[in-house]
Write a protein of this length. Structure first.
Length: 489
């Protein structure tokens, strides 16, 4: 077996090093060994899920890595609320660091998509307690300003048409220029059901149903191999869990280091960052596609046209997480999520199976609505959501929303908002195919350049799991092995 093929067959998995059989790690000097004798250094930009797994795999093979991370923490868009978090442009909290809730609040990724997905398997092996919340609760649908359960909703023929469209969407093969919303309209979905389509096939995929390209999204969904079971972490914050899995990468991370330019003209790659400049031999770029699209990292020579074209068809838009805790749960303890509304299109009943109180909503807003909310104050955002809920619940939201009793700040609304649009190292939520996007765009985005630059991050996932932690992990794994292939040639 060729050496590089052998390398590919080991080390996949949790932390790649832990997966190494002992006979491989205890080889004697001069005995055949799969460890890589490489004098160079592999640079990695970004310590999110993709960067962490790539670094972990390379470290496990004995390859020196340097991870450049702009923020002061690992995780990127896997970001849990901690009591030490300070408010910033993108994190609005009132009162500051108010220690409420008996379960972790997630500001970014909050669900594991697929119990047997990459991330799901890692958590299972590590015995991280998980909640299969849909076995304990079920969705509610906002139809004509009334919140209905599935049995009630199925009495509407329009709902049945919309649900069929959603259930069969992965087989859709319409024109590349169609949005999900147009595709739904063409399939006979009534205007009154478009809110539900947005909650099913818009917001969970990064924007709104009117901006996401139907063809490329459907193609992506058709590639997914996991079981689709959605889980939450019972006790552990998502970010801390990711950190614990990849903790051995931490000593190789340069925090607060914003990469500004990459010159790969010569044999060595010159990286200029906020702390100076240095050289590496290979480089894995894992920053969000929004950062690449914004030109925040100047590449010299410029990135190939194929990559720029692919990027122009992949979107990444405004995204916001709003966490509101109420005095009591008036929407129902057995509710998984309330979906179909305009102001808060995905309201996760976040405490199901993990909170004794179960009275908090974790609301995800993406695309145009998040754009509109991003220019409002936090109070205005929460008031809009509450006003809409009041219509469904006869004023219960206003009556039960928690308000401050702090002297001088009595009655101020209590909430936490993470506005990913204002996070300078994310500039949005997660990637999605724009109308006109084609399935091969992600392959073009992922393609290595000149045997020196390698690309990872959720947007480069080619297995239909873009926009997820698993997609990011798989892309980081792929890029690490692309580098290995290159350096053991
Ligand atoms: C609101 C929201 C909800 C989500 N919900 C889910 C969910 O329920 N389930 C799920 O699986 N996924 C979810 N996701 C998506 C998931 O969080 C991402 O797909 C995944 O975390 C992306 O990982 P990544 O490594 O590709 O990118 P990132 O996590 O963004 O990592 C990139 C890193 O690069 C750093 N960086 C950026 N610019 C520079 C620079 N110039 N120099 C140096 N470093 C830089 C960033 O600071 C960051 O740490 C959600 C995302 C959001 C925003």
């Amino acid at each position: 077996m060729k050496r590089r093929k052998a390398l590919k067959q080991i080390g996949l998995g949790v932390t790649a090093g832990l997966a190494l059989p002992t006979w491989l790690s205890s080889c004697e000097k001069d005995s055949p060994s799969p460890e890589i004798n490489y004098d160079g250094v592999v640079g990695i930009i970004g310590a999110g899920a993709a960067g962490l797994i790539a670094a972990d795999i390379l470290i496990s093979k004995g390859v020196k890595v340097k991870v450049f991370e702009a923020a002061n923490r690992v995780g990127g868009r896997v970001c849990s609320l901690h009591r030490t978090d300070a408010p910033s442009d993108s994190l609005i909290m009132f009162p500051n660091n108010y220690p409420y809730s008996d379960f972790p609040f997630e500001l970014g990724a909050d669900r594991v998509n697929g119990s047997n997905s990459k991330w799901g398997e890692i958590l299972k092996i590590r015995k991280v307690p998980l909640v299969d919340f849909r076995t304990l609760s079920a969705d509610r649908y906002v139809i004509d300003n009334v919140v209905k359960n599935e049995a009630e909703a199925l009495l509407h023929s329009d709902f049945v048409t919309a649900k069929n469209f959603k259930d069969n969407f992965s087989t859709f093969t319409g024109g590349a220029g169609l949005s999900v919303k147009q595709a739904a309209t063409n399939a006979g979905v009534a205007a009154g059901m478009q809110g539900l389509i947005n909650s099913w096939l818009g917001v969970p995929y990064g924007s709104s149903s009117e901006r996401i390209g139907a063809n490329a999204l459907a193609n992506g969904l058709s590639l997914i191999e996991h079981d689709g079971i959605e889980l939450t972490l019972r006790n552990n914050p998502m970010q801390d869990t990711l950190l614990s899995v990849y903790s051995r990468v931490v000593p190789s991370i340069k925090f607060n280091t914003v990469v500004q330019s990459v010159n790969y003209t010569g044999d060595l790659i010159e990286i200029t960052h906020s702390g100076g400049s240095e050289t590496v031999n290979k480089l894995i770029v894992t920053v969000p596609v929004s950062i690449l699209k914004a030109g925040d990292i100047a590449f010299s020579p410029g990135l190939p046209a194929s990559k720029l074209t692919a990027m122009s068809r992949i979107g990444m838009e405004a995204s916001m997480r709003v966490l509101i805790e109420f005095k009591r749960n008036f929407w129902g303890e057995d509710v998984a999520a309330i979906i179909g509304s305009a102001e808060g299109p995905m309201m996760l009943n976040a405490g199901v199976g993990r909170s004794t109180l179960n009275k908090a909503l974790s609301i995800t807003i993406n695309g145009p609505k998040a754009e509109a909310f991003s220019v409002l104050t936090g109070d205005q955002v929460v008031e809009s959501i509450i006003a809409e809920m009041d219509v469904w619940f006869g004023g219960d939201a206003t009556e039960n929303v928690r308000r401050s009793t702090l002297p001088g700040e009595e009655n101020k609304l209590i909430y936490t908002i993470k506005d990913w649009t204002k996070d300078p190292f994310a500039k949005g939520g997660f990637s999605f195919p724009l109308t006109g996007g084609i399935p091969t765009d992600r392959e073009a985005l992922a393609a290595p350049v000149a045997g020196k630059l390698f690309f990872a991050g959720e947007a480069t996932d080619t297995t239909g799991e873009f926009g997820t932690i698993s997609g990011a992990l798989k892309s980081g794994e792929r890029a690490a092995f692309e580098v290995i292939d290159e350096i053991v040639e």
